[in-house]
Ligand binder design. Structure first.
Ligand code: 6PG
Length: 469
């Protein structure tokens, strides 16, 4: 019996996705660059092995799948995808569908679309979120490609996707790079979420001087409220864990230098390219960069002294009371930025990104899944919004939570605790809701040194100042 779908690349994500496909009743043919991994994969597949067709060569793989063949590529983003496409092309026939499910840069995806244009092959760029667990039991899936190609793979993708209250967390978001673009913004928001949580942890550790168990209890409690989300949930779990080797809290023995594979940075680069302010996300990416400067940070601490002495007891209590709402306000600002970047890209690339749907398919399966996404979906369903900060549902939430964010950022500044993403979120809010900012001065300076001209508040057209007579 022929397989209904193929999958290339049996790394962590690929093998879990293959098991997920098999479990949902689809016979899946698999191939990996090293055959040994393929054999090991089938050996460990247990009862699902019956639904898996291991292949030793790409020719075998293609022969094992019933045409027209959908083939998922789950290989490392970048050159490996191009190599894989090049190797497959001569083997495939009309109407076969290649689905790149890696964390591709959407610009690469766009290029691959144009390179395959005119061939009879169909390409889909698909963002998959949820890590190992998601891949195995239901990820959130963001699809980009033609509508016709989506309809051909809709059934299997729906089957393997996460479900939220029975609704599948998969959707066709637009043509060519739309799926990978949305995944990139998902990751930018993921970076901001994680960074802001880490900043709150910094306030608790270095300001309020709580131990990790007390912190864990706080995060656990917050997870029962408006902050309810996967990242808050795992933060509480992480903070409870002890190091088996030393008995110390696990977080205390982990080096404070964060890795990054590039998707967060891409989100920021794209935001900059489109001129959309995404400062909280930028701050989160920059904070990872700064975290990597271990030796320099050590040397600078020796020069300037330890930054914080922590809060006085009462101040510590006040600080803790504010953190839940502060984080919530920061989160709203960061998501407003992420969605604004998607709005701009949607126009620029003519995707017609369905914002409410995006929020809904992030509701389960993905790393940023949270209750808060329901409110975002509702805000977009209420009607057109240029920015979530201007959406009626968010105005009251911001009014309620911004004071706590303001106090938190102020306390952090006075105590010398870095909260770059929360600060950026607050500054964004303050600048966004100011009808008259300070760019008039910048315009004056530009005109002064470069005769760039400016608009007047009381007359149309370009004007120049009387600088220096
Ligand atoms: C997801 C994640 C995932 C990403 C990791 C690591 O949605 O499942 O975004 O795709 O690869 O989170 O990303 P960094 O190494 O850049 O932190």
């Amino acid at each position: 019996q022929q397989a209904e779908i193929g999958l290339i690349g049996l790394g962590v994500m690929g093998s879990n996705l293959a098991l997920n496909i098999a479990e949902n009743g689809y016979r899946v043919a698999v191939w990996n660059r090293t055959t040994e991994r393929t054999s090991r994969f089938v050996e460990t597949a247990g009862a699902l092995a019956d639904m898996i067709v291991p292949c030793e060569t790409l020719e075998d793989l293609v022969a094992a799948i019933r045409p027209p063949r959908p083939i998922i590529l789950m290989v490392q983003a970048g050159a490996a995808v191009d190599e894989q496409i090049a190797a497959l092309r001569p083997l495939l026939s009309a109407d076969d569908i290649l689905i790149d499910a890696g964390n591709a840069n959407f610009r690469d995806t766009m290029r691959r679309f144009s390179e395959l244009d005119g061939s009879s092959l169909t390409f889909i760029g698909m963002g998959v979120s949820g890590g190992e667990e998601g891949a195995r039991h239901g990820p959130s899936i963001m699809v980009g490609g033609t509508r016709a190609s989506w309809l051909r793979v809709k059934a299997v993708l729906t089957a393997i996707s996460a479900k939220y209250q029975d609704a599948p967390c998969v959707a066709w978001l637009g043509t060519d790079g739309a799926g990978h673009f949305v995944k990139t913004i998902h990751n930018g928001i993921e970076y901001a979420d994680m960074q802001m949580i880490a900043e709150i942890y910094g306030m608790l550790r270095d300001g309020a001087r709580l131990d990790t168990d007390a912190m864990a209890r706080l995060f656990e409690r917050w997870n029962g409220g408006r902050l309810e989300s996967y990242l808050i949930e795992i933060t509480a779990k992480v903070l409870t864990e002890a190091d088996p080797a030393t008995g110390r809290p696990m977080v205390d023995v982990i080096v404070d230098s964060a890795g990054q594979k590039g998707t967060g940075r891409w989100a920021v680069i794209e935001a900059q390219m489109m001129g959309v302010p995404a400062t909280a996300i930028e701050a989160a990416v920059a904070a990872r960069g700064l975290s990597a400067l271990m030796a320099e940070r050590g040397a600078a601490e020796a020069l300037y002294g330890t930054p914080t002495k922590g809060f006085e007891r009462a101040e510590g209590r006040n600080a803790i009371d504010d953190l839940e709402l502060a984080l919530f306000a920061g989160k709203i600002a960061a998501y407003a930025q992420g969605f604004a970047v998607m709005e701009a890209a949607s126009k620029e690339f003519d995707w017609g990104l369905p914002m409410a749907t995006i929020a809904r398919i992030w509701r389960a399966g993905c790393i940023i899944r949270s209750q808060f996404l329901d409110t975002i979906a509702e805000a977009f369903e209420d009607g057109d919004v240029a920015n979530l900060l201007a959406a009626p549902r968010f105005v009251d939430l911001m009014k309620e939570s911004v004071p706590a964010l303001r106090r938190t950022v102020a306390r952090a500044a006075l105590a010398g605790i870095p909260v770059p993403a929360l600060s950026a979120a607050l500054a964004y809010f303050d600048a966004y809701r100011a009808a008259r900012g300070t760019a008039n001065l910048i315009q004056a300076q530009r005109d002064f040194f470069g005769a760039h001209g400016f608009e007047r508040i009381d007359a149309s057209g370009a004007h120049h100042g009387p600088w220096g007579g």
